[in-house]
Write a protein that binds this ligand. Sequence first.
Ligand SMILES: NC(=O)c1ccc[n+]([C@@H]2O[C@H](COP(=O)([O-])OP(=O)(O)OC[C@H]3O[C@@H](n4cnc5c(N)ncnc54)[C@H](O)[C@@H]3O)[C@@H](O)[C@H]2O)c1
Length: 249
Amino acid sequence: MNDNLLSGKTALITGCGRGIGKAIALTLARAGADIVVNDIDQNTVQDLAEEIMELGRKALVCCGSVGLEADIGAMFARIKDEFGHLDILVNNAGITRDNLIAKMTDLEWDQVMDVNLKGVFYSVRAAAEMMKEQAYGKIVNLTSVTALTGNIGQVNYAAAKAGVIGITKTLARELARYKVTVNAVAPGFIDTPMSAAIPDDIKQTIIKGIPLGRAGSPQDIANLVKFLVSNESAYITGQVISCNGGIYI
Ligand SMILES: NC(=O)c1ccc[n+]([C@@H]2O[C@H](COP(=O)([O-])OP(=O)(O)OC[C@H]3O[C@@H](n4cnc5c(N)ncnc54)[C@H](O)[C@@H]3O)[C@@H](O)[C@H]2O)c1
């Protein structure tokens, strides 16, 4: 359903070729936003761009890694050329490289930090400049229930996602005077290609621990993000909002 809540807005969603990011991109497009489609995986972005254009919205495809400053710089240069403004940034790109602490390698630590934490830093630094000039902006960062509870085998991921909460709270304070809001969304267990890697017996155990009795869907997260990037949430900033079926209360 098109509701025009985001009509005239331009939104960048990082890592939106599949999973939660894809649901966010399509949901914001249905609400009237033009979408900057970013992913490191070139195979998924064209199909998504076509789906967005079928909804009557513009789609600008910018492949590249959020963990590389040069890729972020090139992407923001194209956004300025094509749209001249960026109203919404959703930092969604994320990876896991799980291992118990004794076995975790420097590479596994660095890869997760580069994408999940430094990637957020690079894109908010670039977006903040544009949003300050516009005196308008909505930033939503994807953190995780893991940042709030910890999780065995995810010391790198939990540290990066906890860092994202620190970025969110600090930027909310720094950017409030420019009418830019910054919030974080903390999904619980969501059914995506990322969580598909978890063995079935462990998945069933996780689902048994969810009071609402099911895994979340990418759409559950996209619905919350749509609210946070719209003017209906104008007085909310610096918050970490869980969407987790009650797995952590
Ligand atoms: N699935 C869950 O249960 C869950 C729970 C909590 C938080 N999250 C977070 O939500 C976000 C989306 O997760 P998902 O489950 O949809 O994951 P996913 O693996 O299904 O999708 C992630 C997307 O990010 C892209 N990506 C990876 N590295 C990138 C990079 N360097 N630059 C640009 N794009 C890159 C991938 O190609 C992929 O399309 C992530 O930040 C994740 O940590 C997911």
